[in-house]
Design a protein around this ligand. Sequence first.
Ligand SMILES: NC(=O)c1ccc[n+]([C@@H]2O[C@H](COP(=O)([O-])OP(=O)(O)OC[C@H]3O[C@@H](n4cnc5c(N)ncnc54)[C@H](OP(=O)(O)O)[C@@H]3O)[C@@H](O)[C@H]2O)c1
Length: 230
Amino acid sequence: MDLESRTAIVTGASSGIGAATARALAAEGCAVTLAARREDRLEELDASIDGQTLVSPTDVTDPEDVQAMVDETRAALGRVDTVINVAGVLHPEAVAESTEAAVREQIDVNLEGTMRVTRTALPDVLETEGDVIAVSSLNAKHPAAGGSAYTASKFGVNGFCRSLRKEVGREGVGVTIVLPGEVETEMSQWDDGEGRPLEPADVAETIVFALTRPDHVTITELDVAAAERL
Ligand SMILES: NC(=O)c1ccc[n+]([C@@H]2O[C@H](COP(=O)([O-])OP(=O)(O)OC[C@H]3O[C@@H](n4cnc5c(N)ncnc54)[C@H](OP(=O)(O)O)[C@@H]3O)[C@@H](O)[C@H]2O)c1
């Protein structure tokens, strides 16, 4: 399907994978709402994109913010057919040293944020037979030590999306989970000599691929690994 008639919300658009995804979608002619907390970074991205965009400062942990962002998208860009959940935080901690605040934030942003944004936009997505995409992680297939709450949040994202797909898949809504391996972003640096990591654009291109399949095809889940780090 071509993206020119579409309007997407991208959370986590102020950096890394979210910013690259917003750029990639805009390059395909998609109208894009740039959602994250850092307004200055969203404005900077907006100024660099030649396309229809809306800057909507949003904290995905705040239901009122999320509702306002979805309403503003519908009002300013005409519709909401695509939701791309990228916002996330990582606090690598061993369980024995983990803190209530760090665990809470990872669940609230990564899992509940994805659920909240998706739930809020779902009536619009159902009406337009659009798509929901969630950026999970290969950690949710191959957990590593020292990131249990992050991993749990991404297992939760997978569970939420798989269940949602059963609810809305036959109503024409695609639900796609994208599971990246190591990506060089503000969240994580991979200069550990273990091989070249992914770039944010690699994940963005995967998201564009999933959204541009013919109508009778749905991409359910895609692993995107760094070839040199397998
Ligand atoms: N980097 C990797 O190796 C890797 C691997 C697998 C999966 N992922 C996943 O990819 C996604 C993007 O991460 P990234 O690597 O691109 O990291 P990043 O550059 O640090 O981006 C994280 C984004 O999430 C936003 N965010 C954080 N808390 C938020 C909140 N409460 N409300 C709204 N937005 C919030 C940040 O924006 P503000 O601070 O402006 O709000 C930022 O735009 C995450 O879900 C991450 O788990 C990353």
